[in-house]
Design a binder for this molecule. Structure first.
Ligand code: AMP
Length: 121
């Protein structure tokens, strides 16, 4: 098992999962929560997060259970379907300092609703 990075239980997404602060929830099941980004960068900007305490994509991929990983990706598929993103979308996961990650709880940005432009501007 890969070394588990130290998880900050006070990060803002942990507080959203615990219901301590509100979010614009669009999907929830046993393992996954999804909500609208508070500062959208596209007409549709959704954040999909696991409910488990994972710092980033590498931590989640190495240490989450099969059920958690399956639930996460099934949720992405459901969200894409529900928001009619058949014209396309981009899924982005920032990790660590070089990746520009602001919130240290794994999250996948799903952006769409219009052409998104260059992958790395
Ligand atoms: P990242 O740079 O990948 O860590 O992105 C963090 C994202 O979380 C940013 O796009 C923020 O706009 C978003 N964000 C921060 N706080 C909230 C919040 N309370 N509700 C929804 N989105 C948030």
């Amino acid at each position: 098992m890969t070394e588990i990075k130290k998880y900050d239980n006070d990060n803002i997404f942990a507080k959203i999962i615990r219901g301590e602060i509100p979010c614009g929830k669009i999907f929830e099941d046993e393992h996954v929560l999804a909500f609208y980004d508070i500062a959208p960068q596209a007409p549709i900007h959704i954040l999909v997060i696991p409910k488990g305490a994972y710092v980033d994509l590498a931590d989640f991929s190495a240490n989450a259970s099969g059920d958690e990983i399956t639930a996460f990706h099934r949720a992405v598929a459901q969200i894409v379907k529900d928001h009619d993103l058949t014209a396309g979308f981009r899924a982005i996961s920032n990790a660590g300092g070089h990746g520009g990650q602001e919130v240290p709880h794994y999250h996948l940005h799903i952006v769409g609703g219009a052409p998104i432009g260059a992958m790395i501007p």
